[in-house]
Design a protein around this ligand. Structure first.
Ligand code: MAN
Length: 517
C-alpha cells in the first residue's frame, strides 16, 4: 500500500487527467473530482450528493453546480472551450436546445452531446474575425487618442484665451470705473451749476432779470449818445482851428522875420503831414471809466448771457417754459396751443425728431447733455465689461470633462439623417429633431450634464425638450465612443453611429469621436 501511495504522483504525471464533466472549465477541474467515497459537494457547500448525479439532467445543487453541462438548473452556466477563440460561458437554458449559440460557443459544444454534428466548430473563422475586429478597434482607439491630444491642446488654448480676456476685462473695468466716477462728478457739477443759474432765474424772476438787462442796455445807449455828441463838438472845434492854421500858413509873410509866426507855421505843416485823417464812422473810445463801472456791476446779466450761450434751440424752449411760470394764464394757453401746433407740424415734416431719447433729460443743456451722454457711455462700458467678466468666469467654472477637452467642441454641430428625421446635435448646447418631409422641428432638449455609462464611457444628457404628446418632455442621451471621428465639415471630429428612440420621446444616440477616448 505504501509503495502504491508513493508511486501515485509518478502515475498521475504520466496518466491523462481524469475526464472533466461536460461544461466544466480546466480551472475548475479539481472541484469536479469524485471524493474517495464517490460523492460530489455542491460548489456553495450546501449539499453533498453521489458523484453519479453530476450532469444527470436533474438539478440538485441550489447554485446549479451539479449540472454544468445540461439545461437542468435555471442558474447553471455552461463553459465552452472555443479553441482558436476565447472561451465562453453560456447560460444553461441555452444548452442542448437545438440552437447553435455561436455568439458564445463558437465550437458548437453546447449542442454536440444532444445533437452531434448540428453545430460544427466555427472558432477558427469566428476567432479570426474577432481578432481583426479587435485590431480595428485598437486602430480606431489609437487614432482617437492621437486626435484627442490635439483637441486637448485646442481646448487649453481656448481656455487661455478666455483667461486672458477675463484679465483684460478686469483691467479695463478698473479704468472704466475710474473714468465713470470722473464723468459722473463732471455731470453732477454741470447739473448743479445749471440748477443754480436756473434757480436764480426762477426765484429772482426771469422777467426781472430781463428788465434789468433792458435798463442796462438803455444806459449803454445813453452813454454812447453823449459820447457821440461830445466827439462831434470836439470835431467842429478842431476843424475851425485847423482852418485858422491853414490860412496862417498860406498868408503869412516870411520876410517879416517874425519867429513866433514862423515856428507856428512849420510846426503845423509837420504835424499835418504826420496826421492820418480820421474815418467818419470811427466811434472814438468810450468813456473808459463809465464802461468799466457798467461791466463790473454785480448782477445776473452775465448768467443770462452764459445760459443763452449754453442752450441752443431746445434749451431756449426750456427757458421759455421757465418764463411761462410768470405769464398770465390766457397768454400761457395761447402760447401752448401755438407751440404744440408748430411742434406737430415740424414733426410731421420731419424737421424735428418726435420722441426725445430716453437717456437725455429734456431739461439738459447742450453741455449737460454731452456730459450725460459721456457718462451714460462710460456706465454702459462698465455693464458690458461686467457681463464679459461674468461670462468668462462662468465659462472657466464650467465642467468640460477630463482635461477640459470638451471646451474645444462646445457649440460644434453634429448631424445625421435617420429614417424620416434629421437629428441635429449642438455639443454641450441643444439637440433638435427635424422632419425630412415638412422641416418641422422638435426641440429634444438642452445639455444639462455629463454622466458615466455602465461601460465607463461618457454620456451627454440633454433634457427638457418639447413635451411629448401623452408622454414626457423629450430628452436625449448621447453615448460617446472612442475614435477619430469620420464626419465632415464642422463637427468632423464626431461621427454619429446611430439614433434610436427606445422609449417614446426618449432618444439615445451613439457618437464616435476623440472625446470618447
Ligand atoms: C414626433 C417625433 C417622434 C415622437 C412622436 C411622439 O413624431 O418626435 O420621435 O415619437 O413625435 O408623438
Amino acid at each position: 500500500v505504501l509503495a502504491l501511495l508513493l508511486a501515485t504522483p509518478a502515475l498521475a504525471s504520466t496518466n491523462p487527467p481524469p475526464p472533466r464533466p461536460r461544461g466544466v472549465p480546466k480551472s475548475k477541474a479539481s472541484l469536479y473530482l469524485p471524493s474517495p467515497d464517490g460523492s460530489f459537494t455542491c460548489l456553495d457547500n450546501s449539499k453533498t450528493i453521489p458523484f453519479s448525479r453530476v450532469n444527470d439532467d436533474y438539478c440538485d445543487c441550489p447554485d446549479g453546480s451539479d449540472e454544468p453541462g445540461t439545461s437542468a438548473c435555471e442558474n447553471g452556466k455552461f463553459h465552452c472551450m472555443n479553441r482558436g477563440h476565447v472561451p465562453g460561458w453560456l447560460s444553461s437554458s441555452r444548452v442542448g436546445d437545438g440552437i447553435c449559440d455561436y455568439d458564445v460557443c463558437c465550437d458548437g459544444s453546447d449542442e454536440e452531446w444532444v445533437f452531434p454534428g448540428l453545430c460544427p466548430d466555427r472558432c477558427a473563422e469566428i476567432g479570426k474575425a474577432a481578432r481583426e475586429a479587435e485590431r480595428e478597434k485598437r486602430r480606431i482607439n489609437a487614432e482617437g487618442w492621437a486626435e484627442r491630444e490635439k483637441l486637448v491642446a485646442e481646448a487649453a488654448q481656448k481656455r487661455a484665451e478666455v483667461e486672458q480676456k477675463l484679465e483684460e476685462a478686469r483691467a479695463k473695468i478698473t479704468a472704466a470705473r475710474h473714468r465713470e466716477a470722473l464723468l459722473k462728478q463732471n455731470l453732477d457739477e454741470i447739473l448743479a451749476h445749471e440748477a443754480t443759474i436756473a434757480k436764480r432765474l426762477g426765484s429772482g424772476g426771469a422777467a426781472a432779470v430781463a428788465q434789468k438787462a433792458r435798463e442796462k442796455i438803455a444806459r449803454y445807449q445813453n452813454a454812447i449818445q453823449s459820447l457821440r455828441a461830445a466827439i462831434s463838438t470836439q470835431r467842429e472845434r478842431t476843424e475851425i482851428l485847423e482852418g485858422i492854421l491853414d490860412d496862417l500858413a498860406k498868408g503869412y509873410n516870411p520876410n517879416n522875420q517874425d519867429m513866433a509866426v514862423k515856428a507856428a507855421v512849420v510846426g503845423w505843416t509837420e504835424l499835418k503831414a504826420a496826421l492820418v485823417a480820421p474815418a467818419d464812422n470811427t466811434d472814438v473810445s468810450m468813456n473808459a471809466a463809465e464802461i468799466r463801472d457798467l461791466l463790473e456791476e454785480e448782477d445776473d446779466l452775465g448768467d443770462v448771457i452764459e445760459l443763452l450761450d449754453m442752450r441752443e434751440v431746445e434749451e431756449a424752449v426750456n427757458l421759455l417754459w421757465k418764463i411761462r411760470a410768470y405769464l398770465p394764464d390766457p397768454v400761457n394757453q395761447y402760447l401752448m396751443s401755438t407751440y404744440n401746433t408748430v411742434k406737430e407740424q415740424l414733426q410731421q415734416y420731419g424737421i424735428i425728431s418726435s420722441p426725445a431719447s430716453p437717456s437725455t433729460s429734456s431739461q439738459d443743456s447742450k453741455t449737460a447733455a454731452e456730459a450725460r451722454s459721456a457718462h451714460t457711455k462710460a456706465s454702459q462700458e462698465i455693464r458690458d465689461l461686467s457681463a464679459q467678466i461674468d461670462r468668462a468666469q462662468k465659462d472657466l467654472e464650467e465642467d468640460f470633462g477630463q482635461d477640459g477637452v470638451w471646451r474645444a467642441l462646445k457649440g460644434v454641430k453634429v448631424e445625421v439623417v435617420v429614417g424620416e428625421y434629421t437629428y441635429e446635435l449642438i455639443l454641450l448646447e441643444k439637440a433638435t429633431q427635424r422632419s425630412n418631409r415638412d422641416s418641422t422641428r422638435s426641440n429634444l432638449g438642452s445639455f444639462s450634464r455629463f454622466e458615466t455609462a455602465n461601460n465607463g464611457g461618457i454620456v451627454l444628457v440633454y433634457e427638457r425638450g418639447a413635451k411629448c404628446w401623452n408622454g414626457p418632455d423629450r430628452s436625449v442621451k448621447v453615448y460617446i465612443e472612442c475614435g477619430a471621428g469620420a464626419g465632415t465639415g464642422t463637427g468632423k471630429e464626431m461621427e454619429v453611429l446611430g439614433v434610436v428612440e427606445p422609449e417614446k420621446c426618449e432618444y439615445a444616440m451613439r457618437v464616435r469621436g476623440p472625446v470618447g477616448c
